[in-house]
Design a protein around this ligand. Structure first.
Ligand SMILES: C[S@@+](CC[C@H](N)C(=O)[O-])C[C@H]1O[C@@H](n2cnc3c(N)ncnc32)[C@H](O)[C@@H]1O
Length: 345
């Protein structure tokens, strides 16, 4: 007689992982077909299918599944957005994250074969190394366009949180000049400067990005409080005389120049000045946090691994001369927890 195995473990997590692909495809298909634009009020699936020119029966099945996923609600046969889709997935709203989702989707493998290919053959290095002085016009244009998508993500809560956190620094009321290094859309700087009656801000980013930043700062009417420097922080001066330097999600891109950039930050601060880096960092032999390892996986396997271990940035700050370095977890709505590290000159 052959006895049945006693696995001692439940297989459910495997099937949950498998269904992740269908959930992701459903989300991006709904966004692509602009379904949530049509469900700001209660409508039938037939009305939506007519509006988007799609197959009525399949649209109903699809919208039922979106309800199951918490993206729509259904009552008496009519569908409407839930709070999360109404806030983030209706086009035209300041908090619309549709372009930002596509931007992120663009960085991921589009199918299993692409992942297999990278596993078998290794990464295809980008045409230019990170921080190369030779810019590639197509990449520059894409990055500049991405800034508007990043702007909507920033103003959906991320920038407001930076303003809250930085304004809690004990020295905040004394600050006169701040630098937002790799500030991109500039909204972290806007949120921080708006918490202070007189603080002046500077946003530093690559020149093709800064052109877009200026548009965004004008949208918020902050031209008199925020100025700009376009450059590469690895090779160019970043200014001086700052009381606060903030860098969020940018030090990863400095690669082997991390120590040099942190030394440059130290030199650009006034005595007693504060540097705050908000960044992600891997732990547990680079296997955690899970969201972070997974979110970097596609670009790491296919192009270049820009991840740092959590201890690397605080250690580089200590080597540069920063004192009293403190780290704390920092919640970030992109799916993973970041670290906020504060050091003083
Ligand atoms: C992931 S984005 C983060 C943007 C913004 N700080 C935020 O948290 O939303 C990284 C930014 O750093 C900028 N960056 C990366 N390397 C840079 C460098 N060497 N010099 C200047 N800016 C750089 C990029 O252009 C980009 O805008």
């Amino acid at each position: 007689m052959k006895t049945l195995p006693q696995p001692g473990v439940d297989a459910k997590p495997l099937f949950d992982l498998l269904l992740g692909a269908t959930r992701s495809q459903a989300l991006m298909s709904a966004v692509d077909l602009k379904i949530f634009n049509h469900t700001t009020g209660a409508v039938t699936a037939a009305e939506v299918s007519t509006a988007i020119g799609a197959h009525a029966g399949n649209v109903e099945l699809f919208m039922n599944a979106l309800c199951g996923m918490g993206l729509l609600q259904k009552k008496d046969g009519k569908f409407s957005n839930t709070q999360i889709t109404d806030t983030f997935l209706v086009e035209g709203r300041d908090t619309c994250l549709v372009d930002f989702l596509f931007l992120n989707d663009n960085w991921m493998f589009q199918n299993r074969d692409q992942m297999r290919e990278a596993l078998l053959n290794g990464p295809t290095p980008p045409m230019q190394e990170p921080n190369s002085a030779n810019s590639n016009e197509e990449d520059d244009l894409f990055q500049a366009q991405s800034i508007l998508a990043m702007r909507n993500f920033a103003r959906s809560g991320a920038a407001q949180k930076v303003g809250e956190e930085l304004s809690k620094l004990p020295e905040f009321s004394e600050f006169k000049e701040m630098l937002d290094l790799g500030g991109a859309h500039g909204l972290d700087c806007v949120a921080t400067v708006q918490k202070h009656p007189t603080l002046q801000g500077t946003v530093f980013d690559k020149p093709h990005i800064i052109a877009k930043t200026e548009e965004i700062i004008r949208e918020y009417g902050m031209e008199d409080r925020i100025k700009f420097i376009g450059g590469d922080c690895v090779t160019d001066p970043i200014g001086e005389g700052y009381d606060l330097i903030h860098a969020k999600g940018m030090l990863n891109f400095t690669g082997p120049a991390l120590g040099d950039v942190i030394a440059k930050i130290y030199n650009a601060l006034n005595p007693g000045g504060v540097f705050v880096s908000i960044h992600d960092g891997l732990t547990e032999e680079k296997t955690q946090p899970e969201d972070l390892v997974v979110s970097w996986l596609s670009s790491a396997l296919s192009m270049v691994d820009v991840t740092f271990e959590q201890h690397e940035i605080p250690e580089a700050m200590e080597r540069a001369g920063f004192k009293g370095i403190e780290s704390k977890p920092y919640y970030f709505p992109l799916g993973h927890q970041l670290a906020m590290v504060v050091g003083r000159k």
